[in-house]
Design a protein around this ligand. Sequence first.
Ligand code: 5GP
Length: 253
Amino acid sequence: MARRKKIYEGKGKILYEGPEPGTIVQYFKDDATAFNAQKKDVIDGKGVLNNRLSEFFMTGLNNIGVPTHFIRRLNMREQLVRSCEIIPLEIIVRNYAAGSLSTRLGIEEGTPLPRPIVEYCYKDDKLGDPLVTEEHIAAFGWASQQDMDDILSLSLRVNDFLSGVMMAVGIRLVDFKIECGRVYDGDFQRLVVADEISPDSCRLWDIETGQKLDKDVFRRDLGNLTDAYTEVARRLGVLPKNTMQMPKPTLIN
Ligand code: 5GP
């Protein structure tokens, strides 16, 4: 059997060369990291849940005309995506104060923000993904003005979509992070939502109880991470039928 080519291994995912040119296989690991990988663990079933949840969100976005890199899910842990040139920015959209915004500005967690706030971090693990301004982005050429206009419009559309989907199942979308990539169609270049959208990259709080259903459960030792992600998947109706019986999922192919 031919061995496939690994392109990149990150903290939560591995990327392999895809079956056709311009495609990539994205494999979701069970590894959980926080605080720039200072805290690490392996959480059984996390990769399977994130693969399903990211498929759910990306498919929904594709269906409403927000372009993403997602093509199709291949099996329990893998999805086929379009290869794209990742813009080296983490785009964070916040609806309520939490996390680093609360720490930085002294605003109590859970305070509603007067409007969605979009922030940019430069993607560099060695530097701890520092917050940057559009001045830095333009000066260092990480993205063009056209890219930034498209990124802002994409992020706000993702925010509207995700907020609505989560609200419908009793979950508050506090904030989230996305990444964007450039794809080329002939002579034309456009931006797509890339990477993943999952409880690893969002803050999700139960509307009634305020219970955290996202990676803060791991970051802050608040309980069982798989239970939290399973609850999100269950409410959205995307729970793989046999997740509970298979604590250590195996690859289908
Ligand atoms: P904060 O800046 O408050 O730590 O994070 C804001 C939002 O972006 C949270 O939903 C958090 O999960 C997400 N986020 C920030 N940095 C990263 C990152 O490096 N990886 C992932 N998966 N999510 C991130």
